[in-house]
Design a protein around this ligand. Sequence first.
Ligand code: ZN
Length: 274
Amino acid sequence: MEINPHLPPSFWDNVEKTDSCWEWTGTKNKPVNGYGWFHLNGKQQLAHRLICQAIPPGMCVLHRCDNPGCVNPDHLFFGTKQDNARDCLAKGRWVGKSRVTVKDVEDIRKEARSQVVAKALAEKYGVTLSTINQIQNHHTWKRVDTGPKLDHEREVSRGEEHYNAKLMKEQVLDIRSRPWVRGAAKLLAAEFGVTVPTIYAIRYGQIWRDAFPEGEAPPRYGVKGGKAPRPKIEKPAKPPKLPKKKALKVPNPRVARKEKIAARRAKYLATQSS
Ligand SMILES: [Zn+2]
């Protein structure tokens, strides 16, 4: 790398040459990536770029050494943006909010997939369970090449292996064996420390489909051929019916009088015809 001959002496006041790296002692954008800054021609510029003679258009200046504050031309080389991204990843200083490094990602992917392990990893790296799961699923950190997915790195982990599983298979079988009476879902939810919808989802076979007693798995929910059959609810026995009370008939005096007259009239007519 050729050194830019047009740099002012004030630039070199910020450079401390050593046998290997030329340390930039001036301003650095420390919290982000530690590159040296220099004010020239009315704007802040990157020190390790200023020191280069002619940068091909669109190219980045990358460090051979793992020291962003270094401006030694022998430690610098040109690369594309993609090269820069790969370089940053490889050196574990991807600029952003990531809490894990490439090394961490490689380590996390080697671990088994279970809630216990995921919890331990989440605690170790100070991230959420979901972050661990996404790394292991290769949904995030796709650029980190850890080879083909291992057996335990399959897309969806099920049952107890699910990163957020709250229950064990035995517990699910237990829930399915319980009588399904009125109010059972609420009681089971409280007993197993899950939500009522979880109990229903277990009951209707929407989740934990690998935890059924042999040959009892219902058809898949939403698949052509029908919904999972609604389990019958055992209703409590009804009390015996009491005989209906007959309404007391209160005679209407006007009607009674009319009937009386009609009866007398009929009697009279009968005597007349005979
Ligand atoms: Zn260096």
